[in-house]
Design a protein around this ligand. Structure first.
Ligand code: ZN
Length: 184
């Protein structure tokens, strides 16, 4: 297991649609376990493969909170199969857009279909934070960020601040490898 650097917006790799997973290989298992480790380390509740520069439809998430036992999920080729008519606003953030948060309104409940690492098909209804996270992460697989749900002025403001953050970090010597990468 290893931590992988998380790409920061703006980056063309975060805007590209990811390809379906067609086989569960050792590389894919390694990717999934690295993604979970990177997510927990950040710390975050969800991470999509394009955020670590891998253009595949792989998502990890764990929205368990408080006393709940951890529930690490690996979702291959996830898709929203059903969405409630009821929509709810929720403040969202993103590991690729650190320190920026904004309210996004999405369906309150969704049913998501995916395949797990054992090739088993799943369909599950999510609500609350799980529903928000699943939709946010599946968006990543289609090259969509939460700021794409905002108005253009807010989006451009965040993008400009992120461009500056990336310039500052490059100057401070964080380099191209990402700031989440820990020395091993
Ligand atoms: Zn995100």
């Amino acid at each position: 297991m290893a931590l992988r650097p998380i790409l920061l917006h703006p980056d063309p790799r975060l805007k590209a649609a990811a390809k379906p997973v067609t086989a569960v290989t050792d590389d894919l298992r390694r990717l999934a376990s690295d993604m979970l480790e990177t997510m927990y380390d950040a710390p975050g509740i969800g991470l999509a493969a394009p955020q670590v520069g891998v253009p595949l439809r792989v998502v990890v998430m764990d929205c368990a909170k408080g006393e709940d036992p951890p529930r690490p999920l690996v979702l291959l080729n996830p898709r929203v199969a059903w969405a409630s008519e009821e929509r709810k606003p929720c403040e969202e953030g993103c590991l690729s857009i650190p320190e920026h948060y904004a309210e996004v309104t999405r369906p309150a409940e969704v049913e998501v279909e995916w395949t797990d690492l054992d090739g088993q098909a799943h369909r599950e209804r999510f609500d609350g934070l799980w529903a928000v996270c699943a939709q946010h992460e599946i968006d990543h697989l289609d090259g969509r960020l939460f700021i794409d749900h905002l108005g253009p002025i807010k989006r451009q403001m965040i993008t400009r601040k992120m461009e500056k953050l990336k310039r500052d970090r490059a100057r401070e010597g964080f380099g191209q490898r990402g700031w989440h990468e820990a020395p091993l």
